[in-house]
Write a protein that binds this ligand. Structure first.
Ligand code: NGO
Length: 533
């Protein structure tokens, strides 16, 4: 497709010549691509004020960072994105003044931008991204990427030009929690596969990676004080594959990489149910003292830690202590879903003992919304994964907790579970919550979703990706794209920008980027994808 350019450029020059203007003396400005409008970004920016001449990256462009290590890191990241495709040197410098791409951290004129907002101004000579914190600079850089031609995402040199439309984008997120969950338990994903997904999440300003590290089918994180958990409890997967686990060094590497993309990692150890891998590793964790075999099926609800045994709480304390020590983020997820083999009284008692352990190690509890059937700790967050049609009593239990101060993360399964099939023909995924096409996952309002829950209780949204049927990065991408950007937009963009007809056009414009990045995605018939590719 890029081959057309030469003839088109030639055509322009011939026209210029025919008009009696010397082509030889013409400025090298033959924009043969439409400049992307400032508003054609996902998630939709909070405010866009277009106008003025475009900026253009050239071989002489410098990336000027305000003199701070953090701004320099974002500048180097941006250079890493732009250099392969433009072929330009793009030195990162803290020389003050001058044209180019400028990344400025400032306390002076940024009060309204908060911790993650940014302002991007583009005009002849300079694109300036200003933010209060480096996360804002990073998100502004993601916007800049989307304003450049899609070929900027290629990993080999492409012909320019590299214009950015003129004007100003001022942008801040609607919610502070914009998450994606990856289930590495049902099938294990390597560090590199997780990093690849992190890079894709960062494109859409997702700031939280929730890792589902343990379940019946596999324990995926090394715990020194219970050394059989990972090598034995992690030795298989759904369908009987070899499984795997992260060493602590590998987990830290994921956490560091995520931080470099401004995502926090929220680790989950699911309990008291979903614990067969742990129970299989240590007979003493079972009420009858007998370890069950490892499990490679996909049933849920059959396993439980032994709520009456003191050793259970030694185990939980050790695991949470070790995991908290390698997790810089504020949150630790303790699961709590589908504890069908634990009585209600035992569940309540268990949560009453376990939540203070999370606090003791300096973390805030997150649990699936069944946690609201116990007494959520002060400050805890409940992650709602019911359906539109979930019964009123269950929704009211969650709403009542929210009125009482429990924060909510919304992951309605028939909206944002990325493992749900799009249609009956989708080759991967599950359908217990229904079929979830792209429009359905985008077209709802987090603030109004749960009846009786105050809008102020909603901390944000999260798109879980369970991996019963997924084994490769292309599998992950096929289920996440194009639904994930819609969830990211629900988390980031003001409700006033919500509009399927506008969104689907902006979403369609992402496809050439995914192609350039070598990503897999589902070509939903609901989206007007560009043709001719
Ligand atoms: C449920 C269940 C998981 C499954 C998932 C599949 C929650 C919170 N518990 O979601 O164990 O993997 O559905 O969609």
């Amino acid at each position: 497709m890029r081959q057309h350019r030469t003839p088109r450029l030639l055509g322009t020059l011939l026209l210029v010549a025919a008009a009696g203007v010397s082509a030889v003396g013409a400025a090298p400005s033959a924009p043969d691509r439409t400049v992307t409008p400032l508003s054609r970004v996902v998630p939709a920016p909070a405010s866009v004020d277009p106008g003025g001449s475009p900026y253009r990256i050239t071989s002489g462009t410098r990336i000027r960072v305000s003199p701070s290590e953090e701004a320099r890191r974002v500048g180097s990241y941006l250079a890493g994105v732009l250099r392969p495709s433009t072929g330009y040197r793009l030195p990162v410098t803290d020389e003050p003044g001058g044209d180019g791409i400028r990344l400025r951290l400032s306390r002076a004129d940024t009060a309204g931008l908060g911790a993650e907002g940014y302002r991007l101004t583009s005009k002849k000579g300079a694109v300036t991204i200003t933010a209060r914190e480096s996360a804002g600079l990073f998100h502004g850089v993601q916007t800049l990427r989307q304003l450049l031609p899609a070929a900027v995402e290629e990993d080999s040199r492409q012909p320019g030009p590299w214009p950015v439309a003129g004007g100003t984008v001022t942008d801040t997120p609607r919610y502070g929690w914009r998450g994606a969950m990856l289930d590495v338990s049902r099938h294990f994903f390597t560090v590199d596969q997780v990093k690849r997904y992190i890079d894709q999440l960062a494109l859409y300003k997702i700031n939280t990676l929730h890792l589902h590290l343990s379940d019946d089918q596999g324990w995926r994180i090394a715990i020194d004080s219970w050394p059989r958990l990972a090598p034995y409890g992690g030795s298989t997967a759904v369908g009987g594959g070899p499984g795997g686990h992260y060493t602590k060094a590998q987990y830290k590497d994921i956490v560091r990489y995520a931080a470099s993309r401004h995502l926090q990692v929220v680790p989950e150890i699911d309990m008291p149910g979903h614990t067969n891998a742990a129970l299989a590793s240590y007979p003493e964790l079972n009420c009858d003292g007998v370890a069950p075999p490892l499990y490679t099926g996909t049933e849920v609800g059959f396993s439980s830690l032994c709520v009456d045994k003191p050793v259970t709480y030694d185990f939980v304390d050790d695991v949470i202590r070790e995991l908290a020590a390698i997790t810089p983020g504020e949150y630790l997820h303790i699961g709590g879903d589908e504890a069908h083999s634990t009585s209600h009284e035992d569940y309540v008692a268990f949560m009453e003992r376990v939540q203070p352990v999370v606090a003791k190690y300096g973390k805030t509890v997150v649990g699936w919304h069944q946690l609201t059937g116990a007494v959520p700790a002060k400050g805890a967050l409940a992650q709602y994964w019911g359906l539109d049609g979930t019964g009123a009593a269950e929704k009211e239990q969650v709403a009542a907790a929210a009125r009482n101060g429990t924060g909510l993360i919304l992951s309605p399964a028939d909206r944002v579970y990325l493992d749900m099939k799009y249609t009956a023909d989708t080759p991967l995924g599950l359908s217990w919550a229904g079929l979830v096409e792209v429009r359905r996952s985008y077209d709802w309002d987090p603030a109004a979703y749960l009846p009786g829950a105050p809008a102020s209780a909603v901390r944000g949204v999260e798109a879980p990706l369970w991996s019963e049927t997924l084994t490769t990065s292309p599998d992950i991408e096929y289920m996440a794209f194009p639904r994930l950007p819609g969830v990211a937009e629900l988390g980031w963009s003001p409700a006033s920008t919500h509009d399927w007809d506008g969104y689907k056009v902006r979403l369609a414009a992402q496809a050439p980027r995914w192609d350039a990045l070598g990503m897999n995605y589902y070509r939903s018939p609901q989206v007007p994808w560009p043709t001719g590719k």
